[in-house]
Each structure stands twice: as C-alpha cells, then as structure tokens.
Design a protein around this ligand. Sequence first.
Ligand SMILES: Nc1ncnc2c1ncn2[C@@H]1O[C@H](COP(=O)(O)OP(=O)(O)OP(=O)(O)O)[C@@H](O)[C@H]1O
Ligand SMILES: [Mg+2]
Length: 348
Amino acid sequence: MPLIEVNHVRKVFEMNVRREGRFGTMLSLVRPEKREVVAVEDISFTIERGESVAYLGPNGAGKSTTIKMLTGVLEPSGGELRVAGRVPHRNRKLSSYQIGVVFGQRSQLLFDLPVQDSFDFLRYMYSISWERYHRNLKEYAELLEVSHLLKRPVRTLSLGQRMRCEILAALLHDPDILFLDEPTIGLDVVAKERIRAFIESINREQGVTLLLTTHDMHDIERLCHRTMIIDKGKLIYDGSLQYIRDHFATERQIRAVFSDPAAASNAAQVFAGMREVAVHTEEQVVRVTYDQHATDTSELLRLLLQKANPRDLTMQDESIDALISRIYREGIDSGARRPAASVGGSGR
Ligand SMILES: Nc1ncnc2c1ncn2[C@@H]1O[C@H](COP(=O)(O)OP(=O)(O)OP(=O)(O)O)[C@@H](O)[C@H]1O
Ligand SMILES: [Mg+2]
C-alpha cells in the first residue's frame, strides 16, 4: 500500500467579497456575497515509502494547500486522501505521530523561550521516551550543527539557525514522512547546503519519505528523484527532472571569443542562414544559441573550428530554473519534443 494516496482531491475556499460604498458595506453585513477560490482542482497521486518527491509550481498554484490537507490542517472539499493509512483531518492526533512538518514561513518553536524548551514540549506532546529523545536530540543537533544554540531564546536566532532547529523539531518523534514547505526560503548558499545535506541523509539513511515544495531548483537536483508540477490547482507533470531536461526543447549557447571584431564578424557569417540557430556578435565575441535537441552541437563546433579561428570556446545550457519557469509560463505542452509519457504517471 502506498504511504500517501491522493485521489481526485479538491479544495475550494469560500471568501466574503466586500461590496463598494457605505450601503454596500451594510448590505455585506446582512447578506454577505461569497466568492469561491479553487485552490486545488482535482489532484491524484501516490507516494511510496522512502521516496523523495519535489512538489513544484508557481505562486498560488496550490502547493501549500495540498500539504495542509496531507497534514490534516485543512479538510478537502472533495476526493479522498490517505497518509499512512489514515485520513489526516479525521485522525489529526494519530496522524501527527507519523508526520513531521516544516513550514519555511511559519515557526513551531516557542519564540521567547530557549530552543530546548520547545523540544522538551514536543517530547511531552508526542510522548517520546527520554532515551529516544536524548538520542535523537544529540544526533540531529550534531548533524545540523545546532548543539550550541539549544539554550538561546528562539527570537535571538538567525533565520538559518532557526530553520535548522525547526527541522530538528519536526524529526524528534521519528516520523515516517517529512513534509517540507519551502525549507530553504531566504537562506544563504551555505545554510541551504547544510540543510540539504541533512535532509538527504535522513531520506537515504533513515528512509524518511520526503515531500518538498521549493522555488530553488538546487534543492530538487540534490534531493528529489521525482518531480510533480502543479499549476492552477492541477497536476501537470509527474516524472523525473531529467526527463524534463531530456525531452523539452532546451537552449544551449556556444560563446566564441576571437582576436578582433573583424574575425568575430567573419565567424558569424559561417552560421548565416542556418535554421533555428541565432547568432549575436558583440565586439570580438560571437554567441550562437540553438535548441540542443534540434541542432547537432558537434556540427556547429566543426564548422566554427574549420572556418574560423576562435581563441576561446565555452558552452552553456539553459538552467533547469529557466526551463521550469518557461513551463510555468507557457504550459507543459509548449516545449515538449514529444508527448511526456510520464505525465500523470508515477514517475518511477
Ligand atoms: N485560507 C485561504 N482562503 C482563501 N484562499 C486561499 C486560502 N489559502 C490559500 N488560498 C488561495 O488558494 C490558492 C493556492 O494557494 P497556496 O498557498 O496553496 O499556493 P502555493 O502553491 O503554496 O503558492 P506559493 O508558491 O506562493 O507558496 C491561491 O490562490 C491562494 O490565494
Ligand atoms: Mg506555499
């Protein structure tokens, strides 16, 4: 049985709309006007034990809403949802023993008290034995490098220090699943790397199942073997990041430097008239941009080396960041070189 099962799940929020003017305000008090916001439209997927899944999508796509339903904070408006065999919003207390949650934008630590007090409180809440508590606390605090922070009030910690403590807090009770909603938001490169290394180790070594939302592609490249993309409340992709790389039109750029602008301009002529190849010349630099799946890189390089005499050559691929933003902007079908077979599938 999959650890997480989501079957045609919907979430609709009802909001009161304020009418304009004094009369409108009064009318709204007596007869409120309601408007529906469909946050999650009709989503189905399963996640097996031990998987590490990225849940991507542009702002407002429905990612946090999905995580809130999976953790029992919100009740779905339709469909069925099971986490470790339980319906989360109906069995919130029991479900919470198997779930750890980290919301990058929200804290579960007690702000004015020392970090350790929050951990002690969680020990009590989850009835963790003292032995297990001390073992987990010691091990995770060392791995996350927070041992020296335990006596400090939470409000005095930097964002990166607090996030590491938040992750520790989410794992004290040995959950099977860890939901991470933007765990690296606002952190510097070093802090992000530390958190990634830790999350990777608890997935690989302890088998904790991960579902992670992020806007940072490095998180996914490092941590997740499977990627789901949600847009306007609908799941539009379920597969690997590599599949997106391999099967979507992706730009590559060759940058060639010449000894002088005249040589550069001559070299640019080599590519004149070639279809689907864009050439830009600036002083002694020529940039050749093309779809790496449609045009053969070796052919372009051969032409360049045979007919011109570059001093230096470098190549750069479109970043996965740029590619994913393009999918957000233009839709999953826009850049597909052939239909994505894994769309809607399990990605494994
Ligand atoms: N409590 C709420 N009441 C009304 N609308 C809501 C509520 N929570 C979320 N929404 C709406 O539901 C949609 C999905 O929001 P959600 O927070 O799930 O997006 P997200 O994918 O997490 O985005 P982000 O990347 O910005 O965090 C948005 O249109 C949002 O405005
Ligand atoms: Mg969100």
